[in-house]
Design a protein around this ligand. Structure first.
Ligand SMILES: N[C@@H](CCC(=O)N[C@@H](CS)C(=O)NCC(=O)O)C(=O)O
Length: 189
């Protein structure tokens, strides 16, 4: 099994944590630099992660997680867990847009519709996820908790949000720092 990604992507990190000790090769690409040609050969959507297993390529962390979870004999996600993933991905996708825009020299703090929508989505989803954390919905270290961990830690790493009112997400992150593969996949390392 081969996982193609990068050490900084939160979508890749969740799969690395899920894979844990499963035997696999990890290919770390700089997708905006010298690794882009390799990415072009790998995935026409030009996104990571990509999983290759016995001639089967799989795109998108959500589908990759389904594939790995089935192999690991994990229960399929409930509809509520699927909704949690959709919220986590919604916030994550909008935050990636903000980061790539900033790197393109665009001031995303301007009062314009497109960036207002991204910032609003990030905060509405984070507030809902923080309330779920307070209700104990992410106490178990299952795939949705791994995804939430990777989102929160990445938003903090990239300094993309003001945590006022959603501090319980940072406490959630701090409570789970010792989980398997979390330290080994730290994007700051
Ligand atoms: N829905 C995808 C999102 C993956 C994604 O956006 N990955 C980022 C890296 S953090 C990426 O490859 N971005 C490339 C781009 O947007 O051009 C998944 O869950 O795998």
């Amino acid at each position: 099994m081969k996982l193609i990604g990068s050490t900084t992507s939160p979508y890749v990190r969740r799969i690395r944590i899920l894979l844990g000790e499963e035997p696999h090769e990890f290919v770390n690409l700089d997708i905006y630099g010298e690794g882009r040609d390799e990415l072009r050969k790998t995935n026409p959507t030009l996104k990571i992660p990509v999983l290759e297993d016995g001639g089967q390529e799989i795109y998108d962390s959500r589908i990759i997680a389904r594939y790995i979870s089935a192999q690991q004999g994990r229960d399929p996600l409930t509809w509520d867990q699927q909704n949690q993933l959709t919220m986590i991905d919604g916030a994550n996708d909008s935050a990636v847009i903000l980061l790539l825009s900033e790197r393109s020299g665009i001031d995303t703090s301007r009062d314009v519709m497109f960036y207002n929508l991204q910032r609003e989505r990030i905060m509405t989803t984070l507030r809902t996820l923080a309330a779920m954390v307070d209700e104990g919905e992410f106490d178990d270290w299952q795939y949705p908790s791994m995804c939430l961990y990777c989102l929160v830690d990445w938003l903090d790493f990239r300094d993309l949000v003001d945590w006022t009112g959603v501090e319980s997400l940072l406490s959630f992150r701090d409570r789970h720092r010792e989980e398997p593969w979390v330290a080994r996949t730290d994007p700051r390392a």
